[in-house]
Design a protein around this ligand. Structure first.
Ligand code: F6P
Length: 520
C-alpha cells in the first residue's frame, strides 16, 4: 500500500499534460488511421474471452506509452498484488477485498498465503453447499417461482446475469427480482405467485438494509397470511450476518464474508439465483471465466493488460480531455441490465472526492456511466452522441455468435453496431448545417465470441479490475461507500414525520414537500 503514488504526483502526469497540449487535444482519428495501416492491429488486445479494439480512441503510441508509464509510476502492480495477497486494501473499513478468492480454483491454491488459504477452504465449503442446494431447488418441480429480495449489489449482479444467460436458464421456473421499497414492486410479484410454489431468497450482506428488510418482512407476512407454514423450505437467506437472518426466523442460510464488497458479491452466496437458474456446472463456468480474467490481470504486462489499458483510457478522458460521462452500448439484449450493474460497480466504487488519506482531490474521478441496449439507444439518444455539444466516449459490447436462429437479425444488429462506431469516428464533414457531424468521437469495441457463463464471468471481472486500476491511479479507496449513508440516516428521521406531520427544524423545501404529501 505504501507503494501507491497518486497520479498527479508522478512525472508521468506532467508528461501526459504536455503530450495532451502538444498532440492529444487535436488528435484526429481519421488522420491517425490514414497515417498508420497497423493502427487497428497495434491498438487491439486479446484478453481471456474478450477481444478489445481500442483503436478508435484518442490516443497514439506516445500517449499510450506515457499512460502505461503512469500506471507503472503509480505502483498499480504493487497495489494489485496487495489485493491478491489479501492485504487490507479497503483501509477505511479495515478490510481486504478478496472477491477474486471466490473464483480461485483448487489449482493454484497452494500459492495463497496461509491465512487466505484458510478463507479459500471456507469459500469451497459454502460454494459446495450452495450449489447442492441450487441443484435441489432445480429438481424440485413444486417450486415454480424464485423471488430474490435484495438491492444494490444484492440485486444487480444476479439480475443482470440471469437475464444475460437466458439461453442457459431452466424455463421451468420464473425468476423475480424485488429491490425497491416501492410497494408496487413486491405486490406485483406477490399477485403472480403462490406460497406453496415460491422460494424467497433474502439477499443482503448486512441483513439490515431498510428496503430489503421491509420487503422481506412483508413477504413473510404475506406467506403466513396465505397459509404458508414451512419457512425453512420457502425462505433462504444470503448474508454475511447469519445471526440477523436467524433472528428474522430464516434457518436456511448461505453466508459470506466482510471481505466481499456488496457490488463484488455475485460470485458468493449472493449468486444463488444465478446458480438455481443456470445450474451448478454453469455457475462454476462463470467463476472460471472470472478467474481467467483475474490471471490475465495478475500476469499480463501493463501494456497488454486489458483492465489496465481501459482504466488508463478512463483517466485520459476524464482528467485530460475533461469528458464527464461514458456511454455503454451492449449490442445484445441479454445485456440489458449491464449498464445498471456497471453504474453501481463504477460509480459507487470511484465516485469519490477525497484520496485514501482523506485529502480532497484536485481532479475529477468517476465519469457518469449510462446507456441502454444500443439498438434502442440508437433511436433515442445516439443523436446526442453524434451531434451533441459534449463528447461522450462510447463502449460497444458485441457478441459474434448468438443462440437464436435468426441470422438476418444478428447481421443487422452487428452492422448497426459497427456503423455507429464508424459514424462516431468519421462524422459527416462534407455536409453543412444540421447535417454536419464533426466525427472524431471516440469509442471502444469489446467483442465476445459467445455470451456464455464463462465469457460473462470474464467480462464482469474485466470491469471489476478496470475500476480497481482507475481507483488506484486516482489514489482513492474503491471499496467503501460512505456517500450513501447520509441519505439513509435522513430517511429514517423523515419517516416518522410523514406520519406525525412534524416539520420543526426542517429546511423550508423539505417541510413544504412533506406537508404537500400529507395533504388529503
Ligand atoms: O447503500 C449501498 C449499499 O450498501 C451497497 O453498497 C450494497 O450493495 C447495497 O447497499 C445493499 O446492501 P446489503 O447487501 O447489505 O443489503
Amino acid at each position: 500500500m505504501s507503494n501507491r503514488i497518486r497520479c498527479d504526483r508522478t512525472p508521468a502526469w506532467a508528461a501526459l499534460r504536455a503530450l495532451y497540449d502538444q498532440q492529444g487535444r487535436n488528435l484526429d482519428l481519421r488522420q491517425a488511421f490514414a497515417a498508420d495501416a497497423q493502427r487497428h492491429a497495434c491498438l487491439s488486445l486479446q484478453a481471456p474471452h474478450v477481444f478489445a479494439d481500442l483503436s478508435k480512441n484518442l490516443i497514439d503510441d506516445a500517449i499510450r506509452a506515457q499512460l502505461t508509464e503512469l500506471a507503472s509510476q503509480c505502483g498499480v502492480t504493487h497495489h494489485r498484488d496487495a489485493m491478491f495477497a489479501g492485504a487490507q486494501v479497503n483501509r477505511t473499513e479495515q478490510r481486504a477485498a478478496m472477491h477474486w478468492l471466490l473464483r480461485q480454483p483448487a489449482e493454484g491454491r497452494n500459492d495463497l498465503p496461509p491465512a487466505v488459504l484458510a478463507e479459500w477452504a471456507q469459500v469451497q465449503t459454502v460454494l459446495d453447499g450452495m450449489l447442492a442446494y441450487a441443484q435441489a431447488v432445480r429438481e424440485d418441480a413444486a417450486i415454480t417461482d424464485v423471488v430474490n429480495i435484495g438491492i444494490g449489489g444484492s440485486d444487480l449482479g444476479p439480475q443482470m446475469a440471469v437475464l444475460a444467460l437466458d439461453e442457459f436458464v431452466d424455463p421451468a421456473k420464473r425468476y423475480h427480482f424485488v429491490s425497491s421499497v416501492d410497494g408496487h414492486e413486491l405486490s406485483a410479484v406477490l399477485r403472480r405467485v403462490r406460497p406453496e410454489s415460491t422460494l424467497f431468497l433474502v439477499a443482503s450482506k448486512s441483513f439490515s438494509t431498510q428496503e430489503t428488510m421491509t420487503n422481506a418482512r412483508s413477504a413473510k407476512a404475506w406467506f403466513h397470511a396465505q397459509g404458508g407454514r414451512d419457512i425453512a423450505r420457502h425462505f433462504c437467506a444470503l448474508t454475511s450476518n447469519v445471526q440477523a437472518a436467524a433472528a428474522f426466523g430464516i434457518t436456511t442460510t448461505f453466508g459470506f464474508w466482510d471481505w466481499v464488497g456488496g457490488r463484488y458479491s455475485m460470485w458468493s452466496a449472493i449468486g444463488l439465483p444465478i446458480a438455481i437458474a443456470i445450474g451448478p456446472q454453469r455457475f462454476r463456468e462463470l467463476l472460471a471465466g472470472a478467474h481467467a480474467m483475474d490471471q490475465h490481470f495478475r500476469t499480463a504486462a501493463l501494456a497488454q493488460n486489458l483492465p489496465v489499458q481501459l482504466a488508463l483510457l478512463d483517466i485520459w478522458y476524464r482528467n485530460f480531455h475533461g469528458f464527464g460521462s461514458r456511454s455503454v452500448a451492449p449490442y445484445h439484449s441479454g445485456l440489458r441490465r449491464m449498464q445498471a450493474y456497471l453504474q453501481q460497480l463504477e460509480m459507487e466504487s470511484n465516485g469519490k472526492r477525497v484520496d485514501e488519506a482523506g485529502q480532497p482531490l484536485p481532479y475529477a474521478t468517476s465519469p457518469v456511466i449510462w446507456g441502454e441496449p444500443a439498438a434502442n439507444g440508437q433511436h433515442a439518444y445516439f443523436q446526442l452522441l453524434h451531434q451533441g455539444s459534449d463528447v461522450i466516449p462510447v463502449e460497444f459490447i458485441a457478441v459474434r455468435h448468438v443462440a437464436h436462429n435468426l441470422p438476418e437479425h444478428h447481421h443487422k444488429l452487428l452492422a448497426n453496431g459497427l456503423a455507429q462506431a464508424q459514424a462516431l469516428m468519421l462524422g459527416q464533414q462534407d455536409a453543412g448545417g444540421h447535417r454536419h457531424m464533426p466525427g472524431n468521437r471516440p469509442s471502444t469495441f469489446l467483442l465476445l465470441d459467445e455470451l456464455t457463463p464463462t465469457s460473462l464471468g470474464a467480462l464482469i471481472a474485466l470491469y471489476e479490475h478496470r475500476v480497481f486500476v482507475a481507483g488506484s491511479l486516482w489514489g482513492i479507496n474503491s471499496f467503501d461507500q460512505w456517500g450513501v449513508e447520509l441519505g439513509k440516516v435522513l430517511a429514517q428521521a423523515i419517516e416518522p414525520r410523514l406520519a406525525s406531520g412534524d416539520t420543526q427544524g426542517l429546511d423550508a423545501s423539505t417541510a413544504g414537500l412533506l406537508q404537500r404529501l400529507r395533504a388529503p
